[in-house]
Write a protein that binds this ligand. Structure first.
Ligand SMILES: Nc1ncnc2c1ncn2[C@@H]1O[C@H](COP(=O)(O)OP(=O)(O)OP(=O)(O)O)[C@@H](O)[C@H]1O
Length: 374
């Protein structure tokens, strides 16, 4: 179960080499370094109902690279499930071109698609386990379908259950397991035929926050140790923040924003992305917080963005001697996304207005500063 060479190269690549579509001019052509495993080229999917034509996916361009964890986030009805069902050919595209592991999915017959599906694992929100089969029986199921002999099957099932930490539960039934354990079985089953690609459709949405993190850590292990590319479909930004390398924000069947997770978090371009981010990052005061702050603090209030490379210590240290400005930290927090510092501090500033203006100008040379009250 070695990780492919290509994947290691990808993991060692610095994050800044991920360029953002529609935004930054690429400094490196990543396609030269890491092969693409899923390529959407102007892909559309419409459903014809009796009353109307529903456009679920509306001209999507997207490249997912071998060895990455790619998040697709969107609200209910955005088209996430449809997108994932297009990848494994459970739904057929109605426009554009979709290449999955070198296969032109839209042009294939159902019998050919079945072969492609063997290289794609899937896990689901409701786990979709057979209640009448044991844990081992569930994991063995795809191997039976693929015609594996009993001995090889048993060996593989034991290996998989060991990998997901459930070897001792092999003879239990799904109903005897917790939600997190059920999803571990789902992961083991999805990996049975050694897929290159794993699709996780709201795979943690039925789980509590702690169990969610446990399953996400398992997905990370699948990615890192087995080199499996993972597409994570979710409506939870915390899931994206926890494990994805890159993310696409889906809205009404269109990708409105995509890029490296850190870039999206630190510099969102759309209101939709901003709304998702605000569900997990609460470094900046809400309107209610601001009302409270304004009642208690009479000075000027500014939000200062903090990044790994941003050094504001010196500027703050000399605020009084250089500009006659005193500051107080009144709100904020600094955490990490993709192992890089990220956050915001809210400062109350007191002193002469021109001094504060000069101080802010100096801060703005190193980071983004937003005055929330003047
Ligand atoms: N088989 C179908 N027939 C008609 N319309 C469909 C069908 N499947 C999906 N749609 C429509 O396509 C749009 C996208 O649905 P989809 O289920 O992909 O969204 P989603 O983002 O996964 O939402 P949710 O998180 O609620 O499942 C919706 O308007 C939905 O009603």
């Amino acid at each position: 179960m070695n990780r492919p060479q290509q994947h290691q190269r990808h993991q060692n690549q610095p994050h800044h080499q991920y360029h953002r579509q529609h935004r930054l001019t690429p400094t490196t052509d990543r396609s030269e370094i890491v092969p693409t495993i899923v390529q959407f080229e102007g892909v559309s999917k419409t459903f014809e109902t009796k009353q109307q034509t529903v456009t679920a996916i509306d001209g999507i361009d997207l490249s997912i690279e071998e060895g990455e964890i790619f998040g697709v986030i969107g609200y209910s009805g955005a088209g996430k499930s449809t997108l994932v069902r297009l990848v494994n050919g459970l739904e057929r595209i109605t426009g554009g071109r979709l290449i999955v592991d070198g296969n032109d999915i839209g042009a294939m017959r159902e019998s050919e698609l079945r072969k492609v599906r063997l290289g794609i694992g899937m896990i689901f929100q409701q786990f979709n386990l057979f209640r009448s089969r044991t844990v081992a029986g569930n994991v063995a199921y795809p191997l039976r379908v693929a015609g594996w002999k009993k001995e090889a099957r048993d060996r593989r099932v034991a290996e998989l259950l060991d990998f997901v930490g459930l070897l001792d539960r092999a003879h239990d039934y799904p109903d005897q397991l917790s939600g997190g354990q059920k999803q571990r079985v789902g992961v083991a089953r999805a990996l049975a035929t050694s897929p290159k690609l794993l699709l996780a459709d709201e795979s943690t949405s039925a789980l509590d926050p702690e169990t969610t993190q446990e399953v996400l850590r398992l997905l990370q292990k699948v990615n890192r140790e087995l080199g499996v590319t993972i597409i994570v479909i979710t409506h939870e930004m915390d899931v994206v923040r926890s494990i994805a390398d890159r993310v696409a924000v889906l809205e009404k069947g269109k990708i409105v924003e995509q890029g490296a997770v850190f870039d999206i978090f630190s510099d969102p371009q759309t209101d939709t992305a901003r709304r998702f981010i605000s569900t997990v990052i609460r470094n900046q005061p809400s309107h209610t917080d601001l009302d409270r702050l304004q009642k208690v603090h009479s000075g000027r209030i500014v939000n200062v963005e903090i990044h790994e490379s941003v050094r504001i210590g010196d500027i703050l240290t000399h605020a009084f001697t250089e500009h006659g400005v005193r500051f107080e930290v009144v709100y904020g927090g600094i955490g990490a996304i993709q192992e890089r510092s990220f956050g915001s501090l809210t400062l109350e500033l007191n002193g002469p207005d021109d001094g504060i203006d000069a101080f802010l100008a100096q801060l703005r040379t190193v980071t983004t500063v937003e005055e929330v009250r003047s």
